[in-house]
Every structure is written in C-alpha cells, then in structure tokens.
Ligand binder design. Structure first.
Ligand code: TRP
Length: 334
C-alpha cells in the first residue's frame, strides 16, 4: 500500500523563512519519496472562518499557490483548492452528523476564545465565535478522510486536530463499518524551528518575520536587525545561542556550518557575521524570488494548475464519497 501524505495550508499571505524551513521544505521533500501519493490542499474555506474580506481571500490563494510552486512543488503532488472539491463539503456534513458536540467543545482554539470571553465579566461567552470556527476540526477531518490520507505533516499546534480526525473517523467506522483509515500526524523536527529577528520563534503573530521572497535590499535590512548580544569584535562568541547561527544552519551544508562556527569562536564581529548570513540567504533565495515574481504575474497559469489538480483529485474523492454515501444509506433505492 502506498502512503498518502496530505498537507494543508490556510491562505494567510506570503510565507516567511520559518514557514519555508519548518513546513514547505519537508513537505516538498516528502512528496518526492517513493511509494507515496502526495496531496496538497489550499484550505480556502478554512480561512473564511477568520477572514471576511473577499479580495484578501482571493489574493492570498494566489500568493500561497505561487509560493509553493516557486519553491518546487511539482507534478509529484496533487495541488488543489479545497473549494474546488465539493466532496469535501459533502463529507463535512456527513461527519458532522456522527461527531459529538462534546468533542468540538474540547478544541483548544474554541476553548481559549470562550475563556477570554469569560475573563471579561459581562460578555456573552460565545461572542465573536462563528459556527465555522466551532466546526473547524470537522472540515479538517473531511479534508483528510475524503482521500483516506494516512500521514499528515503538521506543526505542534495542529496535533489536536489530527487526534480529533482520528476520533471522528473511529466513531464513523464504528457505526458504518471500516470506511476510513485513521491518519497519523507527522510532527516536524524541533531543529526546523527558526528564530525571528527579535529572537523569539519566527511567527507572523510576533511581527518578527523575514518574508521568503523579499527583495535583496530589504532582506539585507532585516538581517542587519537580527538581535545579537553586545560582544565586541575579537571576542569569542557563543554560536549555540546566536540567532544568526540558528538561521544559518537551516540553510547551509555541514562544511559551511563548521566554518561559520569556527568564525564565532575566533571572534568575528557581529557585522561580519550578519554579512555572511545575508550573502548566504540571498544566494539560496534568489532563484525562488525570481520564480515567485514570474509565477505570481501569470494568474491564468496558477488557475490552470489548481484546476488540473482538482480534476485529478476529484477522480479519487468522487469514488470515495460514493462508498461513504452508500455506507450511510444515501444511495440508489433499487
Ligand atoms: N488547520 C491547518 C492549519 O491551520 C490547515 C489545514 C486545513 C490542514 N486542512 C488541513 C492541515 C488538512 C493538514 C491537513 O495549519
């Protein structure tokens, strides 16, 4: 049996170096493994939960698609938009009908919003919570189960959603027979988390990111702002606690990393260490930047790639949905 790897991203704009190292590179690598089928979905209906600006949703879809294509997602993966696979939405309803409300009550994202509301005394506990947010985990389960994907690369924050997908699949199987495989989360390795320019984990929510396709000038500016300690040139420096080093090592070969380490021990100035990091990043990213700028201009081409992906994906999803409908009794009467 082939492994089926499924990766999903919500449409939240152009990725940064942290997304690239932590999610994009590993997913693209995995899509090229032998004996695997790779599914790659742009979760545009998930982003509707938070984003009510039509133009933003549309632009982000383009940006995300162009980003992944620019760094090398290719025909090894079925690349499609969630909204182009109506079977996902149909399964979403079917699963909703066998999923316990209590399971959704336990979702971290939902619970933390309820808690926030409770802390503000006279507020309705449900304020600001739409049904999309509440049922988010069911839609995610539908994304996965419609293809019977068994391996799901995710960050820590998504582990609970995969656990819930297993619960949802299990409960369905218990009622209707063995229809779904229980998927497994594949957690990225800790080494692939990189710091942002202020030293905290690189994340949009901290506004400390280095965007992946930023132009050379702005890339240099951001690298120059990366936080260091106040050691003087000539003083030996601790590479293991250096933000510059943490970023460098995710982009460099073993010999280059050893060489950089050596320079820290020999007291390289922070300015020089930053220049080396900048040159290295720039060399690494130049090609991607060019690809991205070319691809993003050709909207028709992106649309075609996603359409083609959805046609292939639907060959699988329509067959699977037929089996599911048959199992629940929604089928031909005679
Ligand atoms: N919820 C995921 C996130 O915010 C995105 C996502 C949607 C996803 N559907 C998925 C991830 C299916 C894995 C599998 O990152």
């Amino acid at each position: 049996m082939k492994d089926k790897i499924l990766t999903g991203v919500t449409t939240t704009g152009v990725p940064h170096l942290g997304n690239y190292v932590g999610a994009m590179l590993p997913a693209i690598k995995a899509s090229k493994y032998e004996n695997t089928e790779s599914f790659f979905l742009i979760a545009d209906y998930h982003s509707l939960v938070k984003n009510k600006e039509a133009k933003k949703i549309k632009d982000s879809t383009l940006e995300i698609a162009a980003s992944w294509l620019a760094v090398g997602l290719d025909d090894n993966s079925l690349f499609y938009r969630q909204s182009d696979i109506p079977e996902i939405m149909e399964l979403n309803w079917i699963l909703s009908c066998s999923t316990a409300k209590g399971l959704m009550n336990r979702a971290h994202a939902y619970k933390s919003l309820i808690n926030q509301n409770q802390d503000l005394d006279d507020r309705d506990v449900d304020k600001g919570i739409n049904m999309g947010l509440y049922c988010y985990p069911i839609l995610m389960a539908a994304d996965i189960l419609i293809f019977n994907a068994n391996k799901i690369p995710v960050g820590k924050d998504q582990l609970q959603h995969i656990e819930m997908t297993r619960d949802i699949a299990n409960r369905f199987n218990y009622h209707y027979g063995d229809i779904f495989e229980l998927p497994q989360a594949i957690l990225g390795d800790q080494n692939s988390i990189i710091p942002g320019i202020d030293g905290r984990k690189m994340s949009k929510s901290y506004s400390n990111t280095i965007p992946l396709f930023i132009d050379e000038k702005r890339l240099k500016k951001l690298v120059m702002r990366i936080k260091t300690d106040s050691k003087e040139p000539g003083e030996p420096k601790d590479y293991s606690s250096s933000n510059l080093f943490s970023i460098f090592k995710s982009f460099a070969r073993q010999e280059e990393v050893s060489d950089y380490k050596e320079k820290f021990k020999n007291g390289i100035s922070w300015g020089d260490a930053k220049n080396i990091l900048f040159d290295h990043l720039n060399d690494h990213l130049k090609g991607y930047r060019e690809n991205y700028n070319k691809i993003i201009r050709d909207k028709g081409c992106i649309e075609n790639i996603l359409k083609e992906g959805s046609i292939k994906a639907r060959e699988i999803s329509t067959k699977n949905l037929e089996k599911i409908r048959s199992a629940i009794g929604i089928k031909k009467i005679s």
